[in-house]
Design a protein around this ligand. Structure first.
Ligand code: ADP
Ligand code: ZN
Length: 518
């Protein structure tokens, strides 16, 4: 058997393994099963590619994305490794040639989509091929809890019974505890060794702002912190992608749109320009990014709140893969929460799944509203304990909490007085004593709470409301026009038995990066 380190340098041209790679390679090359949890960009591919070269026979790699497979195979072929992939785009002639090479033992790696693998025909073919190992990439797809559930993945457990002698390695970049258990269970990996790498991305600087004018805010961020750099701006809808891209272009930034509504050719061209050229800002929906391996992306900006901490981590993780300083920037508002929960509630998902998704949305809002260390908060989500990082926005400029008991009590009683039947904007108008047509119609200007909240401006009141929603003291009732509703949790506050401390509205600082990180 060839030596792992020799292969690493002679085939891949790297002088040393990173992190857990060496231990994983040796374990799998020695015939052991493994579950590998490693953040995106950590170097998962080598964990099965090198054992595939060390062991006799062909390695089968299951991957859900055709584009990803093709990229990997192209890169391996370039390096002189005998690799191929089978997918819907493979012609019968090519498929025959691949089968011939596989049986002759001259193919080192074969990539295949799970649907294809599970066909009786393909399984029969596999019986005739000497296998070196089975690698299951993006293994979180087996779990309902994951962000990308694929039912076929759950059937991959049968590989354990069909090929008991062949080492199996499952890999993923996102797996909370529940997902991890699902992977071990469905892929029958109970005797696998689990390799857990830290999910910390020390070179990423986290910054979260409240949204008041997303276009201006993101423009100022790019101009002040990353002028001329490559970056990604994520938006929730196609329309917002178009608007945002146009706005950035009008302001002298080389921005390109990317969403599923654009023609195939346009998408390909924009993606290619983004990857090849420097200083292109891709404005995209979530359709963009899977499998994009561009090392020098200097920032990822979310102008709408992501739907879960996993999504946030995954998307922002596309910045700074080269290890140099990069920024994960986000602005968010109460409307994002309302819109996302509406999307979940109106979706076709089963009720249980909706509860899971709403729970993740809550966790996302909690991340946005935390006065504590952002990195510590996000790592905790992946089950990792850490100390405050010292170089996120909150660590550099710790918010000084203030006693908000009195204003909160005013807000809660105002919500109560308007019958828990009005949205945030009207409740704030009542507090601030603003005469509007709705006020005249409802006669809410006759309420004792009318105009009692002049100490705050509109943005400050909205910040208070968001924090109360994040703490589950107030809920937004989507079925009734986004009305604010009190929960049982706010009773002690209303009765004056409890104090509450909140985060003040952050001043807009674009120079937040000055600090120990630089
Ligand atoms: P993942 O699949 O975990 O997102 P990849 O396997 O695509 O990560 O690796 C990310 C990048 O890191 C690739 O460009 C890869 O070539 C590079 N890489 C991986 N391992 C090493 C190493 N030991 N030394 C140098 N570069 C590495
Ligand atoms: Zn921090």
């Amino acid at each position: 058997m060839q030596n792992a380190l020799t292969l690493l340098s002679s085939v891949f041209g790297y002088p040393a393994f990173r992190g857990e790679q060496e231990a994983i390679v040796n374990h799998v090359a020695g015939g052991g099963h493994a579950l590998v949890l490693m953040p995106t960009g950590g170097g998962k591919s080598l964990c099965y590619q090198i054992p595939a070269l060390m062991r006799d026979g062909m390695a089968l790699v299951v991957s859900p994305l055709i584009a990803l497979m093709q990229d990997q195979v192209a890169a391996l072929t370039e390096l002189g490794v005998a690799a191929a992939c089978l997918n819907s785009a493979t012609s019968p002639d090519e498929a025959r040639d691949i089968a011939r090479r596989a049986r002759a033992g001259t193919l080192d790696l074969l990539y295949v989509a799970p649907e294809r693998l599970l066909t009786p025909r393909f399984l029969a073919f596999l019986d005739s091929v000497p296998l070196s190992l089975l690698a299951i990439d993006e293994a979180h797809c087996v779990s309902h809890w994951g962000h990308d559930f694929r039912p076929e993945y759950q059937q991959l457990g049968m590989l354990a019974e069909r090929f008991p002698q062949v080492p199996r390695i499952a890999l993923t970049a996102t797996a909370d505890q529940q997902t991890r258990e699902d992977i071990l269970h469905y892929l029958k990996l109970s005797d696998a060794r689990v390799f857990l790498s830290s999910f910390d991305r020390p070179n990423l600087f986290y910054q979260v702002l409240e949204k008041h004018n997303a276009k201006k805010q993101v423009l100022a961020f790019i101009q002040n912190e990353h002028p001329g750099a490559s970056g990604i701006v994520y938006c929730l809808s196609r329309k917002r992608v178009e608007d945002m891209a146009q706005w950035l272009v009008e302001n002298g930034i080389r921005a390109l749109p990317y969403h599923a509504g654009l023609g195939h050719d346009v998408r390909e061209r924009n993606q290619r320009d983004f990857i090849r050229e420097e200083g292109v800002v891709m404005v995209a929906t979530l359709a963009f990014g899977m499998g994009i391996d561009k090392p020098d992306v200097r920032f990822v900006a979310h102008v709408d709140m992501p739907k879960s901490p996993e999504n946030f981590y995954q998307e922002s993780g596309r910045a700074g893969r080269d290890g140099l300083p990069a920024t994960s920037w986000m602005c968010y508002g109460l409307n994002d929460v309302v819109q996302l929960s509406g999307m979940i509630q109106n979706s076709e998902m089963a009720d249980l799944q909706k509860q899971v998704e709403l729970g993740k949305l809550d966790a996302m809002l909690a991340f946005c509203e935390t006065p504590g260390c952002r990195r510590q908060h996000i790592l905790k989500f992946f089950g990792e304990d850490s100390a405050p990082c010292g170089h996120c926005d909150n660590c550099l400029h710790p918010p000084v909490l203030y006693d908000a008991t009195l204003p909160v009590r005013k807000l809660l009683s105002c919500i109560y007085r308007v019958g828990q039947r009005f949205a945030a904007s009207h409740v704030v108008d009542v507090l601030m004593g603003k005469m509007t047509p709705l006020m005249e119609g409802t006669r809410h200007h006759d309420l004792p709470t009318f105009g009692v909240g002049k100490e705050f401006n509109q943005r400050q009141w909205r910040s208070v409301i968001r924090q109360l929603v994040a703490r589950k003291l107030v809920e937004v009732d989507l079925a009734r026009g986004q009305s604010l509703v009190l929960t049982a949790g706010c009773r002690p506050l209303l009765k004056g038995e409890e104090l509450i401390y909140l985060r003040p509205l952050a001043a807009e600082k674009t120079g937040a990066r000055q600090g120990p990180a630089d």
